[in-house]
Design a protein around this ligand. Sequence first.
Ligand code: ADP
Length: 159
Amino acid sequence: MKENRIAIFPGSFDPFTIGHAAIVKRGLQLFDRIIIGIGVNKQKRMLSEAEKRVAIIKSYYSDEPRVGVESYNDLTIDFARRNGAQFILRGLRSVRDFEYERDMADMNRRLTGLETVLLFTEPPLAAISSSVVRDLIGHGYDVSDFLPRVPGKNKTKQP
Ligand code: ADP
């Protein structure tokens, strides 16, 4: 039987945007299973606690059994190993992302043999970043256009 292709999609997802969701959707064409991993990084300002973020992202994928969501506070390569993943999925928005992603991909492959699969963002989504969305939320703007929909609901409510 063909081995399941499992990818982790690691990030801060603070918050998870339609840019992230587009990468997951396209990744599902390549992988049998994707586990979204919320890296808990103490240096980054947290919008909400990791577990709350896990619950929100799970709600987006309540009708997609091939997507899992978990938080982790160790190395991404260890998170991948625990989940039996052979691939790391990431998105590339611009040249600004490039060198960082290349160095991480190289290091992770050297250490574990894990391959990183990078998908170019769809151009209309390239400008959407968690930091901009977070900033807008902080100033009271409605960001629902930038957040995925919960299946069965029209729009998601911001926590
Ligand atoms: P990190 O803090 O690890 O960069 P992020 O949550 O910001 O985590 O992003 C996770 C992944 O999603 C990264 O690979 C990032 O490049 C990608 N990503 C973020 N926003 C977009 C977008 N609008 N289109 C495509 N990929 C994106």
